[in-house]
Design a protein. Sequence first.
Lengths: 346, 246
Amino acid sequence: MITTKGLTKVYRSQDREVRALDDVDLHVRQGEVFGVVGTSGAGKSTLIRCVNLLERPTSGTVTVDGVDLTALSGSEQRAGRDLRAARQRIGMVFQHFNLLSSRTVQQNVELPLEITGLDRRERRRRAAELLDLVGLGDKARSYPAQLSGGQKQRVGIARALAGDPKVLLSDEATSALDPETTRSILKLLRELNQQLGLTILLITHEMDVIKSVCDSAALMRGGRVVESGQLTDLLADGHSRIARDLFPLGDLGARTATPEEGERTVLEITFQGDAPAQPFVSQLARTYQIDINILGAAVETIAGRLVGRMRVELPGSHTDNVVPIGYLRQQGLQVDVLDPSNGAAA
Amino acid sequence: MTWDQMQELMWPATWETLGMVGIAGLASLAIGLPVGLLLVLTDKDGLLQNLAVSRVLGAVVNLGRSIPFVILMVALLPVTRAVAGTTLGWQAASVPLAIGAIPFYARLVETSVREVDGGLVEALKSMGASTGTIVRKTLLPEALPSLVASATTTVIALIGYSAMAGTVGGGGLGNLAITYGYLRFETAFMWVIVAELVVIVTAIQLLGDFAARRLSHRGDYRSPLSFFRSAAAKPKDTEEDLLSSH
């Protein structure tokens, strides 16, 4: 639905050159919620603004719903007719809502429809419908200054949906909100994604956002996408940095064994879907007569699936434990042997 | 000088002052608004970025702003004669007043429009709005309370200028205060005129504040005169109050 190829954005100021985006290839499939995560300055904001060409990329292409937007005419400040028409089919919500203070909630939602030239009666009907959809039917005549942050973002979402877009861009939509409001806004986005089949591209600096609404994710660092894919695939990959960040077990397993304990092997076991239903820890202990020390564990629902990770310690070296590890893998579990010196997957 | 005599002179002069301020005010609104808007739009990173236009316009506005009004008035005498047919009377005085106030209001408009959150412009762009739509549906409506406050400031400045115009044959209250109050030592009459000017200026300020407040839905518009009313003013509504009352 959204494809970027070789997207590069370079800012030049006098003698300095900043490469905000560096050869970014991204593919967002139809109907999915795709999250781009990264620290501030990683280029994610530039990326999302390049998708509807609020910023013109220095090179590379952006294709949304089959239309190559970069081929359409216009400068960064003034868009050509075709680009404006394309933008009308792409909704966008903002961190600071960007609602017009001079207009009521309803008039704010009607704004994109005024731009597309819908008649007054149709606009009213559609705005009322959208406000009901986001749960603000009773606030139609209020002004934005009278709403809470969460309510403002709901208006922002209703407004973004007014033109019946297939794609919604969310620029840190929950970053200015408290955790509880964040959850309710994310829930709304998820519902809209499921009910309307809306494709959502969101950027965030919070892993929790990725965890609770995204089907796929990309990690950005220094203007580059260093990792991307579907969350279920990433979680199954022991080397995935996103998966690791989604599931921080911390340094729980990084302790060094005392000499009396002898050599130990630390495993990281990741399970998805039905796997946790099996009592694999006690089975392992019984079958092989070994003492298992659980160092840490976490279970979460990610992309609608139950996912868990557990860090355990077995007596003996890696070679001593080849058979039990094989047994665990046979159970459909993903097992990574950690290098005891630094706690990272070996 | 009796009160009756004063009144006989005051009322026509009041109308003259209001007349020239009105005409000059309308002209500065009609021309200063688009000029101020253009200053923002043509500036660097503006929606209609055009640095040549921006610089020329800025220079002309600065020129107008830097010439003291008394000198501008005299310098513009040929223009005044060409436009009004005469250099005497309040109609003639309207010409230099308007020319002096246009750059003044244009700068205020520029500031007001610049204060509109850039995020709103971005939101409109993301909806596929054209530059004209962005100006009509965002920049002007969002800046409106501030534009009204600026217009109030301009009109009050014009009343001050109009007194100056009065001293060189422009008529109005300024003329009266100088010719009677100063040249004929009718000090009491001069104070009466000063009092009348205070009343007019205060009334215009209050009216302007009222309009700006009514137009602002942001809930944070504070008028310059609110200081005087704060004792009597009711406590500002908190967000909770507003939420529960709507």
